[in-house]
Design a protein around this ligand. Structure first.
Ligand code: ADP
Ligand code: MG
Length: 620
Protein backbone atom coordinates (compact mmCIF):
# COMPACT_ATOMS: atom_id res chain seq x y z
CA UNK A 1 0.00 0.00 0.00
CA UNK A 2 1.25 3.43 -0.82
CA UNK A 3 1.64 5.96 1.93
CA UNK A 4 0.57 9.49 1.25
CA UNK A 5 2.49 12.05 3.23
CA UNK A 6 2.89 15.78 3.28
CA UNK A 7 6.16 17.07 1.95
CA UNK A 8 8.36 18.99 4.35
CA UNK A 9 8.69 22.69 3.72
CA UNK A 10 12.23 22.53 2.36
CA UNK A 11 11.22 19.97 -0.25
CA UNK A 12 8.22 22.08 -1.16
CA UNK A 13 10.47 25.12 -1.55
CA UNK A 14 12.97 23.17 -3.60
CA UNK A 15 10.22 22.08 -5.93
CA UNK A 16 8.82 25.59 -6.13
CA UNK A 17 12.32 26.85 -6.85
CA UNK A 18 12.17 24.93 -10.09
CA UNK A 19 9.41 27.24 -11.21
CA UNK A 20 10.62 30.51 -9.81
CA UNK A 21 14.34 30.12 -10.36
CA UNK A 22 14.89 27.73 -13.21
CA UNK A 23 18.29 29.28 -13.79
CA UNK A 24 20.46 32.07 -12.36
CA UNK A 25 18.54 34.52 -14.51
CA UNK A 26 15.38 33.80 -12.53
CA UNK A 27 17.08 34.59 -9.22
CA UNK A 28 18.52 37.85 -10.54
CA UNK A 29 15.18 38.88 -11.93
CA UNK A 30 13.39 38.23 -8.64
CA UNK A 31 16.03 39.99 -6.55
CA UNK A 32 16.14 43.06 -8.75
CA UNK A 33 12.36 43.21 -8.76
CA UNK A 34 12.46 43.15 -4.98
CA UNK A 35 14.94 46.02 -4.99
CA UNK A 36 12.74 48.03 -7.36
CA UNK A 37 9.70 47.28 -5.21
CA UNK A 38 11.67 48.53 -2.20
CA UNK A 39 11.94 51.92 -3.88
CA UNK A 40 15.67 51.73 -4.59
CA UNK A 41 17.28 54.54 -6.61
CA UNK A 42 20.53 52.65 -7.13
CA UNK A 43 20.76 48.95 -7.85
CA UNK A 44 24.01 47.11 -8.43
CA UNK A 45 24.10 43.54 -9.66
CA UNK A 46 27.26 41.54 -9.69
CA UNK A 47 27.59 37.97 -10.88
CA UNK A 48 30.41 35.48 -11.17
CA UNK A 49 30.34 32.40 -13.35
CA UNK A 50 27.12 33.49 -14.97
CA UNK A 51 25.47 33.75 -11.56
CA UNK A 52 26.03 30.08 -10.77
CA UNK A 53 28.76 30.74 -8.26
CA UNK A 54 27.59 34.13 -7.01
CA UNK A 55 24.91 36.75 -7.46
CA UNK A 56 25.03 39.93 -5.44
CA UNK A 57 22.26 42.50 -5.57
CA UNK A 58 22.72 45.71 -3.63
CA UNK A 59 20.03 48.34 -3.31
CA UNK A 60 19.39 51.51 -1.39
CA UNK A 61 15.73 50.77 -0.90
CA UNK A 62 13.67 50.76 2.25
CA UNK A 63 15.29 47.67 3.78
CA UNK A 64 13.62 45.06 5.98
CA UNK A 65 12.93 45.61 9.68
CA UNK A 66 14.76 43.21 12.05
CA UNK A 67 11.63 41.40 13.14
CA UNK A 68 10.59 40.85 9.51
CA UNK A 69 13.79 39.42 8.12
CA UNK A 70 13.05 35.78 8.93
CA UNK A 71 9.53 36.10 7.71
CA UNK A 72 10.67 37.43 4.34
CA UNK A 73 12.10 33.96 3.74
CA UNK A 74 8.92 32.09 4.52
CA UNK A 75 7.09 30.61 1.63
CA UNK A 76 4.20 32.80 0.51
CA UNK A 77 5.31 35.59 2.79
CA UNK A 78 4.91 38.99 1.20
CA UNK A 79 4.40 42.58 2.23
CA UNK A 80 2.84 43.38 -1.11
CA UNK A 81 -0.65 41.91 -1.07
CA UNK A 82 -2.97 40.50 1.54
CA UNK A 83 -5.59 38.97 -0.71
CA UNK A 84 -6.17 38.18 -4.36
CA UNK A 85 -8.25 41.33 -4.73
CA UNK A 86 -5.13 43.41 -4.18
CA UNK A 87 -3.89 42.27 -7.57
CA UNK A 88 -6.38 44.70 -9.08
CA UNK A 89 -4.50 47.63 -7.65
CA UNK A 90 -1.05 46.08 -7.64
CA UNK A 91 1.77 48.51 -8.24
CA UNK A 92 4.67 46.25 -7.26
CA UNK A 93 6.45 43.76 -9.48
CA UNK A 94 6.40 40.94 -6.93
CA UNK A 95 3.45 39.61 -4.99
CA UNK A 96 3.74 35.83 -4.72
CA UNK A 97 6.09 35.82 -1.78
CA UNK A 98 7.92 32.82 -3.17
CA UNK A 99 11.18 34.23 -4.44
CA UNK A 100 13.27 34.46 -1.29
CA UNK A 101 12.09 31.13 0.08
CA UNK A 102 12.70 29.41 -3.24
CA UNK A 103 16.13 30.89 -3.80
CA UNK A 104 17.18 30.18 -0.22
CA UNK A 105 16.08 26.55 -0.56
CA UNK A 106 18.53 25.87 -3.37
CA UNK A 107 21.56 28.00 -2.50
CA UNK A 108 23.52 29.68 0.28
CA UNK A 109 22.02 33.10 0.88
CA UNK A 110 23.40 35.99 2.83
CA UNK A 111 21.29 39.07 3.42
CA UNK A 112 22.32 42.34 5.01
CA UNK A 113 19.53 44.81 5.41
CA UNK A 114 18.76 48.00 7.31
CA UNK A 115 15.81 50.32 7.39
CA UNK A 116 15.96 54.08 7.92
CA UNK A 117 14.40 53.73 11.39
CA UNK A 118 16.92 51.26 12.80
CA UNK A 119 20.41 52.14 13.94
CA UNK A 120 21.94 48.81 13.05
CA UNK A 121 21.17 46.33 10.36
CA UNK A 122 20.71 42.57 10.31
CA UNK A 123 22.92 39.95 8.76
CA UNK A 124 21.09 36.78 8.01
CA UNK A 125 22.39 33.52 6.55
CA UNK A 126 20.34 30.68 5.15
CA UNK A 127 21.75 27.50 3.66
CA UNK A 128 19.55 25.15 1.70
CA UNK A 129 16.52 26.64 3.39
CA UNK A 130 17.86 26.43 6.97
CA UNK A 131 18.89 29.44 9.00
CA UNK A 132 22.54 29.41 10.01
CA UNK A 133 23.03 32.92 11.35
CA UNK A 134 21.05 35.95 12.48
CA UNK A 135 23.06 38.84 13.88
CA UNK A 136 23.10 42.59 14.24
CA UNK A 137 25.59 44.38 12.08
CA UNK A 138 26.45 47.91 11.04
CA UNK A 139 25.14 48.52 7.53
CA UNK A 140 24.05 51.26 5.17
CA UNK A 141 20.36 51.72 4.47
CA UNK A 142 18.99 49.24 2.02
CA UNK A 143 19.53 45.61 1.27
CA UNK A 144 22.34 43.50 -0.04
CA UNK A 145 21.63 39.94 -0.88
CA UNK A 146 24.25 37.44 -1.95
CA UNK A 147 23.29 34.12 -3.47
CA UNK A 148 26.09 31.58 -3.65
CA UNK A 149 26.32 28.15 -5.27
CA UNK A 150 22.91 28.08 -6.82
CA UNK A 151 21.44 24.55 -7.01
CA UNK A 152 24.34 23.11 -5.00
CA UNK A 153 21.89 20.80 -3.22
CA UNK A 154 19.68 19.99 -6.21
CA UNK A 155 21.91 18.19 -8.71
CA UNK A 156 18.93 17.47 -10.91
CA UNK A 157 18.62 21.21 -11.47
CA UNK A 158 22.26 22.06 -11.79
CA UNK A 159 22.54 19.46 -14.54
CA UNK A 160 20.39 21.69 -16.71
CA UNK A 161 22.54 24.77 -16.31
CA UNK A 162 24.18 25.98 -19.48
CA UNK A 163 27.73 27.25 -19.68
CA UNK A 164 28.39 30.15 -17.29
CA UNK A 165 28.89 32.42 -20.26
CA UNK A 166 25.48 31.56 -21.62
CA UNK A 167 23.74 31.94 -18.28
CA UNK A 168 25.55 35.24 -17.87
CA UNK A 169 24.35 36.49 -21.22
CA UNK A 170 20.73 35.82 -20.24
CA UNK A 171 21.31 37.89 -17.14
CA UNK A 172 22.99 40.67 -19.09
CA UNK A 173 19.98 40.84 -21.37
CA UNK A 174 17.62 40.93 -18.41
CA UNK A 175 19.63 43.73 -16.81
CA UNK A 176 19.39 45.70 -20.01
CA UNK A 177 15.65 45.26 -19.90
CA UNK A 178 15.50 46.53 -16.32
CA UNK A 179 17.55 49.57 -17.23
CA UNK A 180 15.23 50.30 -20.14
CA UNK A 181 12.12 49.79 -18.05
CA UNK A 182 13.27 52.16 -15.34
CA UNK A 183 15.43 55.03 -16.58
CA UNK A 184 14.77 56.69 -13.23
CA UNK A 185 16.86 54.07 -11.41
CA UNK A 186 20.65 53.92 -11.67
CA UNK A 187 21.68 50.37 -12.54
CA UNK A 188 25.14 48.93 -12.56
CA UNK A 189 25.88 45.49 -13.86
CA UNK A 190 29.16 43.72 -13.22
CA UNK A 191 29.93 40.27 -14.59
CA UNK A 192 33.08 38.35 -13.77
CA UNK A 193 34.62 41.47 -12.29
CA UNK A 194 34.02 43.46 -15.47
CA UNK A 195 31.76 46.49 -15.46
CA UNK A 196 29.29 45.64 -18.21
CA UNK A 197 27.17 48.75 -18.13
CA UNK A 198 25.71 51.35 -15.88
CA UNK A 199 22.99 53.92 -16.23
CA UNK A 200 22.68 57.26 -14.54
CA UNK A 201 19.10 57.05 -13.32
CA UNK A 202 18.37 60.54 -14.59
CA UNK A 203 15.17 59.42 -16.26
CA UNK A 204 16.39 59.75 -19.82
CA UNK A 205 15.39 56.61 -21.70
CA UNK A 206 17.22 57.67 -24.83
CA UNK A 207 20.45 57.92 -22.89
CA UNK A 208 19.94 54.36 -21.68
CA UNK A 209 19.27 53.15 -25.19
CA UNK A 210 22.53 54.77 -26.18
CA UNK A 211 24.41 53.12 -23.32
CA UNK A 212 22.97 49.73 -24.06
CA UNK A 213 22.70 49.58 -27.82
CA UNK A 214 25.31 52.12 -28.83
CA UNK A 215 25.45 55.17 -30.99
CA UNK A 216 24.32 53.67 -34.26
CA UNK A 217 20.96 52.72 -32.86
CA UNK A 218 20.48 55.73 -30.61
CA UNK A 219 20.96 57.99 -33.62
CA UNK A 220 18.15 56.29 -35.49
CA UNK A 221 15.22 56.17 -33.13
CA UNK A 222 12.11 58.27 -32.84
CA UNK A 223 10.33 59.16 -29.61
CA UNK A 224 6.88 57.77 -29.00
CA UNK A 225 4.44 59.43 -26.67
CA UNK A 226 0.71 58.99 -26.96
CA UNK A 227 -2.32 58.45 -24.80
CA UNK A 228 -5.79 57.19 -25.40
CA UNK A 229 -8.18 57.08 -22.49
CA UNK A 230 -6.43 55.28 -19.68
CA UNK A 231 -3.75 53.90 -21.92
CA UNK A 232 -0.37 55.58 -22.29
CA UNK A 233 2.52 54.61 -24.44
CA UNK A 234 6.00 56.10 -24.38
CA UNK A 235 9.40 55.04 -25.56
CA UNK A 236 11.32 54.87 -28.80
CA UNK A 237 11.02 53.06 -32.06
CA UNK A 238 13.75 52.56 -34.62
CA UNK A 239 13.85 53.94 -38.11
CA UNK A 240 13.17 51.22 -40.65
CA UNK A 241 16.81 51.39 -41.68
CA UNK A 242 17.83 49.67 -38.44
CA UNK A 243 15.38 46.82 -38.73
CA UNK A 244 16.90 43.65 -37.41
CA UNK A 245 16.87 39.99 -38.25
CA UNK A 246 15.22 38.91 -35.03
CA UNK A 247 12.60 39.98 -32.53
CA UNK A 248 15.27 40.36 -29.85
CA UNK A 249 15.10 44.11 -30.28
CA UNK A 250 11.39 44.45 -29.69
CA UNK A 251 10.94 45.27 -26.05
CA UNK A 252 7.66 45.88 -24.31
CA UNK A 253 7.02 46.91 -20.76
CA UNK A 254 3.61 47.00 -19.22
CA UNK A 255 3.41 49.02 -16.03
CA UNK A 256 7.15 48.63 -15.63
CA UNK A 257 7.13 44.89 -16.17
CA UNK A 258 9.00 43.44 -19.12
CA UNK A 259 6.71 41.22 -21.11
CA UNK A 260 6.82 39.14 -24.23
CA UNK A 261 3.55 39.14 -26.05
CA UNK A 262 2.98 37.84 -29.53
CA UNK A 263 0.06 40.17 -30.06
CA UNK A 264 2.01 43.23 -29.06
CA UNK A 265 4.79 42.18 -31.43
CA UNK A 266 2.29 41.73 -34.20
CA UNK A 267 0.72 45.09 -33.42
CA UNK A 268 4.10 46.79 -33.57
CA UNK A 269 5.05 45.06 -36.80
CA UNK A 270 1.70 45.94 -38.28
CA UNK A 271 2.51 49.59 -37.61
CA UNK A 272 5.68 49.11 -39.66
CA UNK A 273 3.98 47.21 -42.39
CA UNK A 274 4.80 49.70 -45.11
CA UNK A 275 8.44 49.79 -44.10
CA UNK A 276 9.51 46.48 -42.77
CA UNK A 277 10.94 43.90 -45.01
CA UNK A 278 9.99 40.29 -44.77
CA UNK A 279 11.84 38.50 -42.00
CA UNK A 280 13.02 41.82 -40.61
CA UNK A 281 11.85 43.22 -37.31
CA UNK A 282 11.77 46.71 -35.93
CA UNK A 283 13.74 48.06 -33.04
CA UNK A 284 11.40 49.21 -30.29
CA UNK A 285 11.40 50.00 -26.61
CA UNK A 286 7.80 50.68 -25.71
CA UNK A 287 6.50 51.37 -22.23
CA UNK A 288 2.79 50.89 -21.82
CA UNK A 289 0.91 52.14 -18.84
CA UNK A 290 -2.65 51.33 -18.02
CA UNK A 291 -4.72 50.97 -14.86
CA UNK A 292 -3.69 47.82 -13.01
CA UNK A 293 -7.21 46.46 -13.00
CA UNK A 294 -7.10 46.29 -16.79
CA UNK A 295 -4.18 43.94 -16.92
CA UNK A 296 -3.81 40.55 -15.26
CA UNK A 297 -0.25 39.90 -14.14
CA UNK A 298 -1.09 36.67 -12.40
CA UNK A 299 -0.16 34.44 -15.28
CA UNK A 300 3.11 32.68 -14.50
CA UNK A 301 5.97 33.67 -12.20
CA UNK A 302 8.77 32.86 -14.62
CA UNK A 303 7.07 33.63 -17.89
CA UNK A 304 6.96 37.11 -19.25
CA UNK A 305 3.25 37.20 -19.79
CA UNK A 306 0.33 39.35 -18.85
CA UNK A 307 -3.28 39.33 -19.94
CA UNK A 308 -5.02 42.46 -21.10
CA UNK A 309 -8.65 42.97 -20.38
CA UNK A 310 -9.04 44.53 -23.78
CA UNK A 311 -6.14 43.30 -25.83
CA UNK A 312 -7.69 44.43 -29.07
CA UNK A 313 -7.80 48.05 -27.93
CA UNK A 314 -4.21 47.81 -26.73
CA UNK A 315 -2.92 46.32 -29.98
CA UNK A 316 -4.71 48.72 -32.23
CA UNK A 317 -3.48 51.63 -30.17
CA UNK A 318 0.09 50.36 -30.50
CA UNK A 319 -0.26 49.89 -34.25
CA UNK A 320 -1.81 53.29 -34.78
CA UNK A 321 0.74 55.10 -32.63
CA UNK A 322 3.66 53.44 -34.35
CA UNK A 323 2.23 54.16 -37.78
CA UNK A 324 1.74 57.81 -36.93
CA UNK A 325 5.24 58.24 -35.56
CA UNK A 326 6.73 56.69 -38.67
CA UNK A 327 4.62 58.80 -40.99
CA UNK A 328 5.32 62.02 -39.19
CA UNK A 329 9.06 61.58 -39.69
CA UNK A 330 8.98 61.58 -43.46
CA UNK A 331 10.47 58.19 -43.84
CA UNK A 332 8.17 57.39 -46.65
CA UNK A 333 10.41 57.95 -49.69
CA UNK A 334 13.32 55.98 -48.27
CA UNK A 335 11.28 53.31 -46.72
CA UNK A 336 9.25 52.67 -49.82
CA UNK A 337 12.48 52.25 -51.71
CA UNK A 338 13.64 49.78 -49.11
CA UNK A 339 10.43 47.97 -49.36
CA UNK A 340 10.55 47.81 -53.11
CA UNK A 341 14.00 46.40 -53.00
CA UNK A 342 13.00 43.88 -50.47
CA UNK A 343 9.99 42.76 -52.40
CA UNK A 344 12.27 42.31 -55.32
CA UNK A 345 14.58 40.07 -53.42
CA UNK A 346 12.11 38.37 -51.18
CA UNK A 347 10.08 35.51 -52.41
CA UNK A 348 6.40 35.52 -51.97
CA UNK A 349 4.14 32.62 -52.19
CA UNK A 350 1.09 31.21 -50.64
CA UNK A 351 1.54 30.78 -46.94
CA UNK A 352 0.05 27.34 -46.81
CA UNK A 353 1.92 25.95 -49.74
CA UNK A 354 5.09 27.40 -48.41
CA UNK A 355 4.60 25.86 -45.03
CA UNK A 356 4.02 22.54 -46.68
CA UNK A 357 7.04 22.80 -48.86
CA UNK A 358 9.45 23.99 -46.26
CA UNK A 359 8.01 21.74 -43.65
CA UNK A 360 9.71 18.90 -45.48
CA UNK A 361 12.75 20.75 -46.60
CA UNK A 362 15.95 19.29 -45.26
CA UNK A 363 17.16 22.50 -43.68
CA UNK A 364 14.37 24.72 -42.49
CA UNK A 365 16.37 27.40 -40.74
CA UNK A 366 14.77 29.34 -37.91
CA UNK A 367 14.79 32.46 -40.02
CA UNK A 368 13.16 30.60 -42.83
CA UNK A 369 10.37 29.78 -40.46
CA UNK A 370 10.04 33.38 -39.44
CA UNK A 371 9.93 34.24 -43.05
CA UNK A 372 7.17 31.77 -43.67
CA UNK A 373 5.15 33.16 -40.83
CA UNK A 374 5.49 36.51 -42.46
CA UNK A 375 4.68 35.52 -46.00
CA UNK A 376 2.09 38.05 -47.08
CA UNK A 377 -1.39 36.74 -47.40
CA UNK A 378 -2.11 38.96 -50.37
CA UNK A 379 -0.19 36.69 -52.69
CA UNK A 380 -2.03 33.54 -51.86
CA UNK A 381 -2.49 31.47 -54.92
CA UNK A 382 -5.61 29.50 -54.92
CA UNK A 383 -6.82 26.43 -56.60
CA UNK A 384 -4.98 23.87 -58.59
CA UNK A 385 -2.15 25.53 -60.44
CA UNK A 386 -2.91 23.27 -63.36
CA UNK A 387 -6.21 25.06 -63.72
CA UNK A 388 -4.90 28.48 -62.97
CA UNK A 389 -2.33 29.88 -65.34
CA UNK A 390 -1.76 32.85 -63.07
CA UNK A 391 0.03 30.55 -60.72
CA UNK A 392 2.87 29.91 -63.08
CA UNK A 393 5.46 30.20 -60.38
CA UNK A 394 3.49 28.15 -58.01
CA UNK A 395 3.31 25.50 -60.65
CA UNK A 396 7.02 25.55 -61.27
CA UNK A 397 7.71 25.52 -57.58
CA UNK A 398 5.36 22.70 -57.03
CA UNK A 399 7.97 20.39 -58.38
CA UNK A 400 10.47 21.44 -55.81
CA UNK A 401 12.18 20.80 -53.60
CA UNK A 402 11.69 17.08 -53.66
CA UNK A 403 12.15 16.43 -57.33
CA UNK A 404 14.38 19.39 -57.83
CA UNK A 405 16.87 18.16 -55.32
CA UNK A 406 17.52 15.37 -57.71
CA UNK A 407 16.60 17.09 -60.84
CA UNK A 408 18.81 14.89 -62.95
CA UNK A 409 16.96 11.78 -61.97
CA UNK A 410 13.70 13.60 -62.39
CA UNK A 411 14.63 14.66 -65.88
CA UNK A 412 15.82 11.22 -66.75
CA UNK A 413 12.57 9.77 -65.70
CA UNK A 414 10.42 12.41 -67.38
CA UNK A 415 11.78 12.17 -70.93
CA UNK A 416 15.07 10.54 -70.86
CA UNK A 417 16.88 13.83 -71.37
CA UNK A 418 20.14 15.03 -69.99
CA UNK A 419 19.95 17.08 -66.86
CA UNK A 420 18.73 20.56 -67.46
CA UNK A 421 21.80 22.30 -66.19
CA UNK A 422 24.59 20.58 -67.94
CA UNK A 423 27.78 21.32 -69.82
CA UNK A 424 26.25 19.73 -72.89
CA UNK A 425 23.33 22.08 -72.81
CA UNK A 426 25.30 25.12 -71.85
CA UNK A 427 25.93 26.05 -75.47
CA UNK A 428 22.25 26.31 -76.15
CA UNK A 429 21.48 28.63 -73.27
CA UNK A 430 20.04 31.94 -74.31
CA UNK A 431 19.74 34.47 -71.52
CA UNK A 432 16.63 36.48 -72.24
CA UNK A 433 16.69 39.00 -69.47
CA UNK A 434 15.62 39.74 -65.96
CA UNK A 435 12.15 40.16 -64.54
CA UNK A 436 11.16 41.74 -61.26
CA UNK A 437 14.81 42.58 -60.62
CA UNK A 438 15.18 39.06 -59.35
CA UNK A 439 14.57 36.31 -61.83
CA UNK A 440 16.49 35.60 -64.96
CA UNK A 441 14.76 33.92 -67.83
CA UNK A 442 16.86 31.52 -69.80
CA UNK A 443 15.85 29.54 -72.82
CA UNK A 444 17.48 26.19 -73.10
CA UNK A 445 16.49 23.78 -75.79
CA UNK A 446 12.92 22.87 -74.92
CA UNK A 447 12.84 24.44 -71.49
CA UNK A 448 12.36 27.85 -70.04
CA UNK A 449 14.56 28.20 -66.99
CA UNK A 450 13.84 30.76 -64.33
CA UNK A 451 16.77 31.47 -62.09
CA UNK A 452 16.53 33.32 -58.82
CA UNK A 453 19.55 35.55 -58.97
CA UNK A 454 20.03 35.78 -55.23
CA UNK A 455 19.57 32.13 -54.52
CA UNK A 456 22.01 31.23 -57.26
CA UNK A 457 24.54 33.77 -56.16
CA UNK A 458 24.21 32.61 -52.60
CA UNK A 459 24.75 29.03 -53.63
CA UNK A 460 27.86 29.74 -55.64
CA UNK A 461 29.43 31.87 -52.92
CA UNK A 462 28.59 29.30 -50.31
CA UNK A 463 30.16 26.44 -52.23
CA UNK A 464 33.27 28.50 -52.86
CA UNK A 465 33.59 29.39 -49.20
CA UNK A 466 33.10 25.85 -48.00
CA UNK A 467 35.58 24.53 -50.53
CA UNK A 468 38.16 27.09 -49.48
CA UNK A 469 37.54 26.16 -45.85
CA UNK A 470 37.99 22.44 -46.57
CA UNK A 471 41.10 23.13 -48.61
CA UNK A 472 42.38 25.47 -45.90
CA UNK A 473 42.77 28.03 -48.62
CA UNK A 474 40.70 30.82 -47.17
CA UNK A 475 41.43 34.26 -48.47
CA UNK A 476 40.24 37.44 -46.87
CA UNK A 477 39.89 40.85 -48.28
CA UNK A 478 40.64 43.70 -45.96
CA UNK A 479 38.01 46.38 -45.82
CA UNK A 480 39.13 49.95 -45.67
CA UNK A 481 38.33 51.61 -43.41
CA UNK A 482 37.53 48.77 -40.99
CA UNK A 483 33.96 48.79 -39.72
CA UNK A 484 33.34 49.49 -36.06
CA UNK A 485 30.41 47.38 -34.91
CA UNK A 486 28.61 47.72 -31.61
CA UNK A 487 27.24 44.56 -30.08
CA UNK A 488 24.61 43.79 -27.52
CA UNK A 489 25.74 41.70 -24.58
CA UNK A 490 24.15 38.66 -26.13
CA UNK A 491 25.80 39.23 -29.49
CA UNK A 492 29.17 39.83 -27.87
CA UNK A 493 28.95 36.52 -26.03
CA UNK A 494 27.81 34.71 -29.09
CA UNK A 495 30.66 36.08 -31.11
CA UNK A 496 33.13 35.17 -28.41
CA UNK A 497 31.82 31.60 -28.52
CA UNK A 498 32.07 31.24 -32.25
CA UNK A 499 34.97 33.53 -32.98
CA UNK A 500 37.27 30.81 -34.28
CA UNK A 501 34.71 29.75 -36.84
CA UNK A 502 34.41 33.27 -38.15
CA UNK A 503 38.18 33.61 -38.31
CA UNK A 504 38.56 30.27 -40.07
CA UNK A 505 36.16 31.41 -42.73
CA UNK A 506 38.15 34.51 -43.49
CA UNK A 507 36.54 37.13 -41.32
CA UNK A 508 39.11 39.39 -39.70
CA UNK A 509 37.80 40.57 -36.40
CA UNK A 510 39.46 42.49 -33.66
CA UNK A 511 37.75 43.03 -30.35
CA UNK A 512 37.63 46.59 -29.32
CA UNK A 513 36.34 47.08 -25.82
CA UNK A 514 33.70 44.93 -24.18
CA UNK A 515 30.97 45.43 -26.70
CA UNK A 516 32.61 46.64 -29.83
CA UNK A 517 34.53 44.95 -32.57
CA UNK A 518 36.46 46.12 -35.56
CA UNK A 519 35.63 44.17 -38.67
CA UNK A 520 38.84 44.39 -40.66
CA UNK A 521 38.31 41.83 -43.33
CA UNK A 522 35.72 39.55 -44.89
CA UNK A 523 36.00 36.32 -46.87
CA UNK A 524 37.18 37.17 -50.34
CA UNK A 525 34.11 35.72 -51.97
CA UNK A 526 31.84 38.07 -50.12
CA UNK A 527 33.84 41.20 -50.67
CA UNK A 528 32.00 44.06 -52.22
CA UNK A 529 28.75 42.13 -52.32
CA UNK A 530 26.95 44.32 -49.83
CA UNK A 531 27.58 46.66 -46.94
CA UNK A 532 29.95 44.58 -44.78
CA UNK A 533 28.72 46.02 -41.54
CA UNK A 534 25.12 45.35 -42.39
CA UNK A 535 25.67 41.82 -43.45
CA UNK A 536 27.86 40.98 -40.49
CA UNK A 537 25.06 42.26 -38.27
CA UNK A 538 22.59 40.14 -40.18
CA UNK A 539 24.64 37.02 -39.50
CA UNK A 540 24.79 37.79 -35.79
CA UNK A 541 21.08 38.51 -35.69
CA UNK A 542 20.32 35.21 -37.28
CA UNK A 543 22.66 33.35 -34.99
CA UNK A 544 21.08 35.00 -31.98
CA UNK A 545 17.78 33.62 -33.11
CA UNK A 546 19.16 30.14 -33.63
CA UNK A 547 19.13 28.14 -30.45
CA UNK A 548 20.25 24.90 -32.04
CA UNK A 549 23.77 25.90 -33.02
CA UNK A 550 26.01 22.99 -32.23
CA UNK A 551 29.76 22.88 -31.87
CA UNK A 552 30.41 20.50 -34.69
CA UNK A 553 32.86 22.46 -36.86
CA UNK A 554 31.37 21.35 -40.16
CA UNK A 555 27.82 22.23 -39.15
CA UNK A 556 28.69 25.53 -37.53
CA UNK A 557 30.95 26.58 -40.36
CA UNK A 558 28.36 25.65 -42.92
CA UNK A 559 25.72 27.60 -41.05
CA UNK A 560 27.85 30.69 -40.73
CA UNK A 561 28.89 30.46 -44.35
CA UNK A 562 25.26 29.99 -45.38
CA UNK A 563 24.14 32.98 -43.39
CA UNK A 564 27.04 35.06 -44.65
CA UNK A 565 26.24 34.26 -48.24
CA UNK A 566 22.60 34.93 -47.76
CA UNK A 567 23.28 38.25 -46.11
CA UNK A 568 25.95 39.29 -48.55
CA UNK A 569 23.93 38.95 -51.73
CA UNK A 570 21.13 41.07 -50.37
CA UNK A 571 20.57 44.40 -51.92
CA UNK A 572 22.63 43.41 -54.88
CA UNK A 573 19.84 43.50 -57.41
CA UNK A 574 21.67 44.53 -60.53
CA UNK A 575 23.81 42.06 -62.39
CA UNK A 576 24.96 42.25 -65.95
CA UNK A 577 24.41 39.61 -68.62
CA UNK A 578 28.09 38.78 -68.40
CA UNK A 579 27.86 38.26 -64.67
CA UNK A 580 24.87 36.02 -65.12
CA UNK A 581 26.76 34.01 -67.74
CA UNK A 582 29.56 33.57 -65.25
CA UNK A 583 27.13 32.64 -62.50
CA UNK A 584 25.53 30.01 -64.69
CA UNK A 585 28.92 28.62 -65.61
CA UNK A 586 29.79 28.29 -62.01
CA UNK A 587 26.48 26.74 -61.05
CA UNK A 588 27.16 24.06 -63.63
CA UNK A 589 30.21 22.91 -61.74
CA UNK A 590 28.25 22.14 -58.59
CA UNK A 591 26.84 18.82 -57.48
CA UNK A 592 23.52 20.21 -56.54
CA UNK A 593 23.04 23.48 -58.33
CA UNK A 594 19.33 23.50 -57.74
CA UNK A 595 19.15 24.70 -54.18
CA UNK A 596 20.70 27.47 -52.22
CA UNK A 597 22.21 26.59 -48.82
CA UNK A 598 18.87 27.31 -47.19
CA UNK A 599 16.94 24.89 -49.29
CA UNK A 600 15.33 27.41 -51.59
CA UNK A 601 15.36 26.53 -55.25
CA UNK A 602 17.84 28.40 -57.41
CA UNK A 603 16.23 27.42 -60.68
CA UNK A 604 12.81 26.32 -61.69
CA UNK A 605 11.76 25.31 -65.13
CA UNK A 606 8.81 25.20 -67.39
CA UNK A 607 8.99 23.05 -70.47
CA UNK A 608 7.92 24.10 -73.91
CA UNK A 609 5.43 21.29 -73.73
CA UNK A 610 3.87 22.74 -70.60
CA UNK A 611 3.55 26.13 -72.28
CA UNK A 612 2.10 24.60 -75.40
CA UNK A 613 -0.42 22.84 -73.27
CA UNK A 614 -1.46 26.00 -71.51
CA UNK A 615 -1.97 27.80 -74.77
CA UNK A 616 -3.85 24.81 -76.07
CA UNK A 617 -1.41 24.23 -78.85
CA UNK A 618 -1.31 20.62 -77.86
CA UNK A 619 -4.03 18.64 -76.21
CA UNK A 620 -2.70 17.48 -72.89
P1 ADP B 1 7.40 39.10 -2.99
O1 ADP B 1 8.37 39.98 -3.71
O2 ADP B 1 6.51 38.40 -3.93
O3 ADP B 1 6.69 39.80 -1.90
P2 ADP B 1 9.76 37.75 -2.05
O4 ADP B 1 9.98 36.38 -1.54
O5 ADP B 1 10.51 38.17 -3.24
O6 ADP B 1 8.22 37.93 -2.28
O7 ADP B 1 10.08 38.76 -0.88
C1 ADP B 1 9.39 38.63 0.34
C2 ADP B 1 9.30 39.97 1.06
O8 ADP B 1 10.60 40.36 1.49
C3 ADP B 1 8.83 41.10 0.19
O9 ADP B 1 7.42 41.17 0.17
C4 ADP B 1 9.46 42.31 0.87
O10 ADP B 1 8.66 42.75 1.92
C5 ADP B 1 10.73 41.76 1.45
N1 ADP B 1 11.91 42.06 0.60
C6 ADP B 1 12.53 41.22 -0.25
N2 ADP B 1 13.57 41.81 -0.84
C7 ADP B 1 13.63 43.07 -0.37
C8 ADP B 1 14.48 44.19 -0.61
N3 ADP B 1 15.50 44.13 -1.48
N4 ADP B 1 14.25 45.33 0.08
C9 ADP B 1 13.22 45.40 0.95
N5 ADP B 1 12.38 44.38 1.20
C10 ADP B 1 12.57 43.23 0.57
MG1 MG C 1 9.83 39.33 -4.90
Amino acid sequence: MKTIRELDSITVDQIAAGEVVEKPLGAVKELVENAIDAGARHITVEITDGGIRMIRVTDDGEGIAPDQVRRAFYRHATSKITSIGDLLTLSSLGFRGEALSSIAAVSRVEMITKTAEEITGIRYLVEGGSETLYEEIGAPEGTTIVVRDLFYNTPARSKFLRKPQTEGSYIAECMEAFALSRPDIAFRFISGGVDRFHTSGNGDLKENIYRIYGRDIAAQIQPVSAASGNLRITGYIGNPSINRGSRAFERFFVNGRQIKDRFLSMALEEGYREYVMQHKFPFAVLLLELPSDEVDVNVHPAKLEVRFQNSFAVSSFVTETVRQVLHSHEMIPDALLDEKEEHAEGFSFAEDNAAERYGNAPEAEPFEKILLQNAPKSVQIEGDPQENPASLLAYGLKESPVEMSDRAAFEQERNGQLRILSEEKRKQYRILGQVFETYWLIESDDDLLMMDQHAAHEKVNYERMMKAWHDKAILSQLIDPPALIELSAREADLLKNYMEYFLNLGFEIESFGEKEILLRGVPLDLYGAADEKEFFRAILDEMTEDTSLSRDPETVTSKIAGMACKASVKGNTRMTFEEIEALLDELLTLDNPYHCPHGRPTIITMSKYELDKRFHRVVG
